[in-house]
Design a protein around this ligand. Structure first.
Ligand SMILES: Nc1ncnc2c1ncn2[C@@H]1O[C@H](COP(=O)(O)OP(=O)(O)OP(=O)(O)O)[C@@H](O)[C@H]1O
Length: 246
C-alpha cells in the first residue's frame, strides 16, 4: 500500500499554504516531514485526513483518490491520524481511551490482541489501565494518543509532533515505542511531522524538509542528516570546522 502525493497545492482560507508538494510513503515505511514552524507540515497531514481539500494536484492511497474521501471513512481505508495536542478523554480510564480507538463491530478477540500489541509497544500503558488518562505524565499521555490511533490496526499512521512539550527523557520514551513499532515488521507506514529533527531522522527511513509550502530537500534520513546545507539551514546544526557548507 503506497501513499502518493503529486504536485499537491492547498490553501487555508485565502492563504496558499502548500505549493506543489510531491511525496511518497511505501508499505511500512517511516517517513518524516521536517522544517520550520509554519512551513506547512501539519497542513499536509490535515489534507490527507480530509480536513482540507487540495486546490490542485492529487493524493492517492493504494490507488484510491483520497481527496474525495470524507474524514470518517479514513479508518476503513486503514488510515489513522494522531493529531498534535494530546486530545484524550482525560476523565476516562487509560483502558477506555484505548478501546475508543477500536472500530465498532471489531471482534473481541481482535480488540484484545490489539490491546496486548500496544502494551508491548508502550509498556507504561499496561501499568495502570484503570487510572484516568489525565493522571498520566505528559509522555504517557502522548503514548496513549499513539496507542489509541493504533487500535484500529492502521496501514498508515499520520503522527503530528509527538515530542511537543515533552522533556527530553519523555521524548526518548515515546520514541522508544515508535522504534518498537518500526521493528514490529507488521506495523503501519508512518508519516511523522516533527520539530525534533534529531530523533525523527534517527527513527525514520526517509524524510522531506518542507519550507514555505514546498519540498526543499528530500532523501534518506542518513543523507539528510549528513547534508551540510540541510544541517545548517534547517536542522540548526553548524558544520564542524573544516567541513564544506557551500
Ligand atoms: N486553522 C488555520 N487557519 C488559517 N491558517 C492556518 C491555520 N493553521 C495554520 N495556518 C497557517 O498555515 C501555515 C502552515 O501551517 P502548518 O501548521 O501546516 O505549519 P507547520 O509546518 O505544521 O508548522 P507548526 O510546526 O508551527 O505547526 C502557517 O502560515 C499557518 O499560520
Amino acid at each position: 500500500m503506497t501513499l502518493v502525493l503529486d504536485s499537491l497545492a492547498v490553501s487555508r482560507g485565502r492563504t496558499a499554504v502548500l505549493h506543489e508538494i510531491s511525496l511518497t510513503a511505501g508499505d511500512g515505511e517511516f517517513v518524516c516531514l521536517l522544517g520550520p514552524n509554519g512551513a506547512g507540515k501539519t497542513t499536509v497531514l490535515d489534507t490527507l485526513a480530509g480536513l482540507l481539500r487540495p486546490r490542485a494536484g492529487t493524493l492517492t492511497w493504494d490507488g484510491a483518490d483520497l481527496a474525495r474521501v470524507p474524514t470518517h471513512r479514513l479508518v476503513s481505508l486503514g488510515i489513522s491520524y494522531a493529531m498534535e495536542g494530546r486530545r484524550l478523554f482525560k476523565r476516562l480510564s487509560v483502558a477506555d481511551n484505548l478501546m475508543l480507538g477500536v472500530p465498532p463491530r471489531t471482534p473481541r478477540t481482535a480488540a484484545a490482541e490489539r490491546l496486548a500489541w500496544v502494551h508491548e509497544l508502550f509498556p507504561a500503558l499496561a501499568e495502570r489501565p484503570g487510572d484516568p488518562a489525565g493522571a498520566l505524565s505528559g509522555g504517557q499521555q502522548q503514548m496513549l494518543v499513539i496507542a489509541q490511533a493504533l487500535m484500529c490496526r492502521p496501514r498508515l499512521l499520520l503522527l503530528d509532533e509527538p515530542s511537543a512539550g515533552l522533556a527530553p527523557r519523555l521524548v526518548a520514551e515515546v520514541f522508544g515505542g515508535l522504534r518498537r513499532l518500526r521493528e514490529d515488521g507488521d506495523g503501519p507506514a508512518v508519516l511523522l511531522v516533527e520539530q525534533d529533527t534529531g530523533d525523527a531522522l534517527a527513527l525514520c527511513d526517509r524524510g522531506y524538509v518542507i519550507d514555505n509550502g514546498r519540498v526543499a530537500f528530500d532523501g534518506t534520513c542518513d543523507d539528510l542528516a549528513d547534508d551540510p546545507r540541510v544541517r545548517a539551514v534547517y536542522l540548526g546544526v553548524t558544520a564542524p570546522a573544516g567541513e564544506d557548507t557551500a
